[in-house]
Design a protein around this ligand. Structure first.
Ligand code: TYM
Length: 334
């Protein structure tokens, strides 16, 4: 609790090109929840170097992401928006927690398996211990709730296990966090292969809608989206492509699946795809223009980065000191 408000933490990686999945699965919910909670939204740059980055490009991408949080509607005066690498507690707590995490647990993580397959030439220890750093991110702020897409649930479960294990030895040190998964949009699938998650790193650019795509590109990609030959707009297991489009339309408009089915009853896939494309383009256009404006204002962004890093450092230190004391480190002389 901070000022009688429950705490929310979430983060996103600045690598690759952010997709509609990131927006509907995470960012959109962050904005919705931001009044109710004391929020920490981090650009998790420490996580990103598990894969090689070009330094100049990476710096710019991280800045773009920070500005995107604001463009999406997160007020940086009320929400703590900061770079993870500016707050030393993440790495420090991560080390301590790694001594409370088993190799077997990390071996079971599907993201580790996927990423090691993709980057077979660079299966580094950071890639393996990535979920411990994620646990540190969350536990550092005594987080109550973590809004994420479905793909992050396994990491969150591990975070809870690590926290409970630590608490069972040292008493109630950590708040046990709960995931928050949106009713729609929690797992947006590829437009070209609806059995696969929409992903920043997909090699086929038509598979993902990027948040930077212009209107024509968005509409063209939806027109090309893989559907089926059943000629009915229905949400069901036999129609994964169409169901994914319904999911996207529903997450964007707030309409229920049944209402979407009714709206397009008797209409062809062409009309339906166009409507989804236009709806998405209408949402992304103002986001893109706000984003461009924010990025132009260097002094404004610098101020936010400085103030919020200090705020995050202050709250994270409280937990870190407590943990250091509990495990038996000698206190620093201040
Ligand atoms: P990342 O950067 O891969 O994704 C950021 C958020 O977007 C969600 N997401 C999706 N949601 C729906 N459909 C999709 N196709 C889709 N693709 C991505 C993710 O679930 C996530 O919520 N490990 C995390 C970052 C992280 C973090 C944390 C998150 C680091 N520390 C602490 C929460 C709390 C990651 O790589 O997310």
């Amino acid at each position: 609790m901070i000022d009688n408000k429950k705490v929310l933490f979430s983060g996103m990686q600045a690598t690759g090109n952010l997709t509609l999945g990131n927006y509907l699965g995470a960012l959109k919910n962050w904005v919705k929840l931001s009044d109710e909670y004391e929020c920490f939204y981090s650009v998790v740059d420490l996580h990103s170097i598990t894969v090689r980055q070009d330094p100049a490009e990476f710096r710019q991408k991280a800045k773009n992401l920070l500005a995107l949080y604001i463009a999406a509607g997160l007020d940086p005066e009320k929400n703590c928006i900061y770079y993870q690498s500016h707050v030393s507690g993440h790495a420090e707590l991560s080390w301590i927690l790694s001594c409370f995490t088993y190799m077997g647990e990390l071996n079971r993580m599907t993201q580790f398996k996927d990423k090691s397959a993709k980057h077979a030439d660079n299966i580094n220890a950071g890639l393996f211990t990535y979920p411990v750093l994620m646990a540190a991110d969350i536990l550092l702020y005594q987080t109550d709730v973590v809004p994420v897409g479905i793909d992050q649930l396994q990491h969150l479960e591990l975070t809870r296990d690590i926290a409970q294990r630590f608490n069972s030895v040292y008493g109630d040190v950590f708040t046990i966090p709960e995931p928050f998964i949106g009713k729609t949009g929690a797992k947006i699938m590829s437009l070209q292969d609806p059995s696969k998650k929409m992903s920043k790193s997909d090699e086929n650019p038509n598979a993902s809608i990027y948040l930077t795509d212009d209107r024509d590109t968005i509409i063209r990609k939806f027109k090309r989206a893989v559907t089926d030959s059943m000629a009915q707009v229905k949400h069901n297991e036999e129609q994964p492509g169409v169901s994914n489009l319904i999911e996207i339309y529903s997450a964007c408009t707030g309409k229920s699946f049944e209402d979407v089915e009714k709206e397009f009853d008797g209409k062809g896939y062409g009309d339906f795809k166009l409507a989804v494309g236009e709806t998405v383009a209408d949402i992304l256009a103002p986001l893109q223009s706000r984003h461009a404006d924010i990025l132009k204002d260097k002094a404004y962004l610098d101020g936010i980065v400085k103030n919020n890093a200090e705020k995050a450092q202050y709250f994270s230190n409280k937990t870190l000191r407590k943990v250091q004391k509990k495990v038996g480190f000698n206190e620093k002389i201040r």
